[in-house]
Design a binder for this molecule. Structure first.
Ligand code: SF4
Length: 308
């Protein structure tokens, strides 16, 4: 199937939307709205050179991050809630999104990286194909929440160089409690397997900058160590310990969860250490680790990886 045929198939999905595991089946092309409340349009918050991503993505000149409106997950603690919990932003045509991608390349960014493209995938991919035809050379990074329809991921084969999925929940009850996302572990695993089939389980770099492959992100949540351990267990059993995992420590309570019994605090050094030790014992070696600082506000991906 050609890229153009894949785009047409993806665009068809707007008419009875099954772009993510919520399977809302609404006709977004006709103006109906599903869980994500997004129309069949591109809505962008902003595009910028991002220096806070994992080192192979940010490199020296930044990742070309494109923040898109809304999200198909409903994380009550979302660290990015100002963007993910609204559908407002700039409405762009496919042609305008193509120009955004080309402009990021022109500014020296090492890649283009739409954040949570899942509900906007058809038009984002259409823009990518057009951008490639107009000279886009840098890798395309599919930065998603892990709550993906594997059938959609299959259609991205050959268009995505780097996958950057979250794997938030190994335990379904935690996925339901915190993100209203039934079936999360299974959908994430099936999608990750398909991503690995496409780009392999190793991260290929050139002078320290990612060119192809995959990084899986996992944010350690307060009081949910077993959930984190289950993520590593599932990846080891179903995929590979070669996968590069970014083990994130920066959880910070948002105003929405200030009074939540578990989520109202940062994680402790001990919690992070327990998850990291478990991952190392399981045989994972390709890990990006972060310091835990209960008072720190911003993530720090610039620390050298002592294990890599
Ligand atoms: S992308 Fe939006 S409308 Fe489509 S299935 Fe997912 S949540 Fe529902």
């Amino acid at each position: 199937m050609s890229a153009e045929e894949k785009i047409e198939k993806l665009k068809e999905m707007y008419k009875s939307c099954d772009l993510c595991p919520r399977f809302c089946r609404v006709d977004r092309a006709a103006g109906e709205l599903g869980y994500c409340e997004l129309p069949a349009k591109i809505i962008m918050d902003c595009a910028l050179a991002h220096h806070g991503e994992e080192p192979p993505l940010s490199g020296t000149r930044g990742a070309g991050t494109i923040f898109l409106a809304s999200c198909n997950l409903g994380c009550i603690y979302c660290q990015n809630y100002q963007i993910s919990q609204t559908t407002s932003g700039q409405i762009l045509t496919v042609d305008q999104m193509t120009e955004v991608m080309l402009d990021l390349q022109k500014r020296g960014c090492h890649n283009v990286e739409p954040v949570t493209p899942t509900p906007q995938t058809p038009l984002i991919m259409e823009a990518l194909v057009l951008a490639r035809a107009r000279g886009l050379k840098v890798p395309f990074v599919y930065n998603c929440g892990g709550y993906e329809n594997p059938e959609v991921i299959k259609l991205l084969d050959g268009m995505v160089e780097i996958y950057l999925p979250d794997f938030k929940y190994g335990l379904e009850d935690v996925a339901i409690e915190f993100s209203a996302a039934p079936g999360y572990p299974e959908f994430a695993m099936d999608s990750l397997k398909e991503m690995v089939r496409q780009v392999g389980d190793e991260l290929e770099t050139e002078k320290g900058v990612a060119k192809r492959g995959m990084i899986v992100r996992h944010l350690v949540l307060p009081g949910k160590i077993e959930n984190s351990k289950e993520v590593f267990k599932l990846i080891k059993k179903g995929i590979s310990v070669n996968l590069t995992i970014s083990l994130m420590s920066q959880y910070s309570p948002t105003p929405q969860v200030r009074r939540h019994p578990l989520l109202s605090r940062r994680i402790t050094k001990e919690e992070y250490r327990q998850v990291l030790d478990y991952a190392l014992q399981m045989g994972f070696k390709n890990l990006f680790v972060q310091e835990v600082n209960e008072h720190k506000i911003t993530p720090d991906f610039n620390q050298e990886n002592p294990f890599g």
